[in-house]
Design a protein around this ligand. Structure first.
Ligand code: G3P
Length: 223
């Protein structure tokens, strides 16, 4: 079976997100309450952000539900689910979050369980039939853990179940490459990390040489 790989942009900075979406460089946009706050947005901005990113071509748009109980999470998830077909509801990997995820999946909602830090949580999410789990590579490493090995093991655990790893907290292109080489299919990262994955100085120098050759050829013809 052919393997699908995808980049998502993890940001609510509308200018940065727009350029990646309209250039068709990412599959969609992921957010969480911290990301919204960083761009001076609140949950009240969710409908407008969804409409904007949908119009800019995002295939999937992720917003995280909130609340301290399962009922609150389900209530707030309703507003996200109702945004449209491209909405994916993020739910934190907590006791209340797993219960909310279970109900949401049963109602046909696409769900991502986020901030997954253990194999047990990865397995539990897959038993519920969620579409994605988001382990945080950078934060696993910050905690002194072998994030690459742990996330690789999570993907192996859920592979073929309909649940896949959408890795987050990716701080360099190398983070993404290492995980992809180990079978992880989906990645979300800040705009700067996505852009860094596209760029090398030698490619830029080669492109400049190609362009110079074109220009020399054109000026020779004119003589
Ligand atoms: O989506 C996860 C992201 O918000 C966390 O990234 O780099 O702050 O650990 P980071």
């Amino acid at each position: 079976m052919q393997r699908e790989l995808r980049f998502y942009v993890d940001s609510a900075n509308v200018d940065d997100v727009s350029t990646l979406l309209t250039d068709h460089l990412v599959h969609g946009v992921t957010t969480n309450p911290t990301i919204l706050e960083r761009s001076n947005r609140t949950v009240h901005d969710i409908p407008a952000l969804y409409a904007r990113w949908e119009s800019e071509g995002a295939e999937e748009i992720f917003f995280q539900t909130w609340g301290s109980t399962t009922d609150e999470m389900l209530q707030n998830a309703e507003g996200i689910r109702a945004l449209g077909e491209r909405a994916v509801v993020k739910v934190p990997a907590t006791r209340a979050g797993f219960a909310a995820a279970s109900t949401l999946v049963a109602a046909g909602t696409r769900v991502l369980v986020t901030a997954v830090y253990s194999q047990g949580q990865a397995l539990a999410a897959a038993t519920l039939g969620v579409r994605y789990i988001a382990p945080y590579l950078g934060r696993l490493k910050d905690a002194g853990r072998d994030g690459i090995a742990e996330i690789t093991a999570m993907q192996a655990l859920v592979a073929g179940t309909g649940t896949d790893v959408l890795a987050a907290s990716l701080r360099t292109p190398h983070d993404i490459v290492e995980l992809a080489a180990n079978g992880v299919p989906f990645f979300t990262a800040a705009p700067s990390v996505i852009l860094a994955a596209l760029q090398t100085d030698v490619s830029d120098a080669s492109a400049a040489e190609f362009d110079a050759a074109v220009q020399r050829g054109l000026s020779d013809r004119q003589e």
